[in-house]
Design a protein around this ligand. Structure first.
Ligand code: CP
Ligand code: NVA
Length: 311
């Protein structure tokens, strides 16, 4: 049995494969401009294939974009929550993987525990895709970088400033920094820094990542400013976070420190008045809706890569 092409994180893919995915996403988007969302792409690279999508956490964008993506690739999808499955009653991940491997062609999982997706991938004979875990959110970063490049040109050599929690989305940006060649500056409270293992690996693999508590120095001259919710799904220290992150808001004053043509990104859902002001997220520098749409295009190319049709 050949090892399936899993998309569990950005790390396992080399720079050329990730570039091929990003470029394919741009090309697929351009090729279907003005088409109805349900019309399949001309090449339909997933014709006859079925994607299972399992959600152990809430989702709007990931749920609808993966379902739309597999349809646009000419395939079909089956969505379930983890709690609706026997998984929710204690059936093992390994037995779930063995069963699904005989019924569908790929699995997307959103889970609260990254170890679960690694276990699923180890036991599956079909590709497994990370639709967000507690540790990373690689699909989001491909969509974000697509939006950034469509607006501002190649990301290599640019500076992206992250303001807020050193969380799962931040981790995937750290991974991407090493593969796509951009500088990534994280401004966060001391207690909410990115994981040392992500920072160490980025340093080993040529990523240019800096961590500071000074959000102004992080934003100064940046080509892109990114934020995310102060409280992620599964975080229990809600009140402590609201206090710690209060100074870490992206507002118009902070954006004015960035490069004159800087853009703003946020994976959504957003909390206006907390991590970002309405003026920024709803203003002319915001690319959040472009990035949200790009979840479809990026994931189509991730799926096509998993099926061997890209890269
Ligand atoms: N950005 C993102 O993954 O959104 P959802 O939680 O709505 O899927
Ligand atoms: N960091 C957020 C991202 C949501 C898409 C979370 O994990 O809840």
């Amino acid at each position: 049995m050949t090892t399936p092409r899993h998309f569990l994180d950005l790390w396992p893919l080399d720079a050329a494969s990730l570039r091929a995915i990003l470029d394919d996403a741009k090309a697929r988007k351009a090729a279907r401009l003005g088409w109805p969302q349900g019309r399949p792409d001309a090449d339909a690279p997933a014709a006859g294939r079925t994607l299972a999508m399992i959600f152990e956490k809430n989702s709007t964008r990931t749920r609808f974009s993966f379902d739309a993506a597999i349809r646009q690739l000419g395939g079909s999808g089956i969505i379930s929550t983890g709690s609706d499955m026997q998984l929710g009653r204690g059936e093992s991940i390994e037995d779930t993987a063995r069963t699904l491997s005989r019924m569908v062609d790929a699995v997307m999982l959103r889970t609260d525990d990254h170890a679960k997706i690694e276990c699923l991938a180890d036991a599956a004979s079909i590709p497994v895709i990370n639709g967000l875990t507690d540790k990373s959110h690689p699909c989001q970063i491909i969509a974000d970088l697509q939006a950034l490049e469509e607006h501002s040109g190649p990301v290599a050599g640019k500076t992206i400033a992250w303001v807020g929690d050193g969380n799962n989305v931040c981790a995937s940006y750290i991974h991407a920094s090493a593969r796509f060649g951009f500088k990534f500056v994280v401004a966060c409270p001391a207690d909410y820094r990115p994981k040392p293992e992500d920072l160490d690996r980025a340093a080993r693999e040529g990523g240019h990542v800096e961590v500071t508590q000074d959000l102004r120095s992080a934003a100064r001259g940046a080509d892109c400013v990114v934020s995310d919710a102060w409280v992620s799904m599964g975080d229990l220290d809600h009140q402590a976070r609201l206090v710690a992150f209060a100074p870490f808001q992206v507002d118009e004053v902070l954006m004015a420190l960035a490069a004159p043509d800087a853009v703003f990104l946020h994976c959504l859902p957003a909390h206006r008045g907390e991590e970002v002001t309405a003026g920024v997220i709803d203003g002319p520098q915001s690319l959040v809706w472009e990035a949200a749409e790009n979840r479809i295009h990026a994931q189509k190319s991730i799926l096509a890569w998993c099926f061997g049709a890209v890269g």
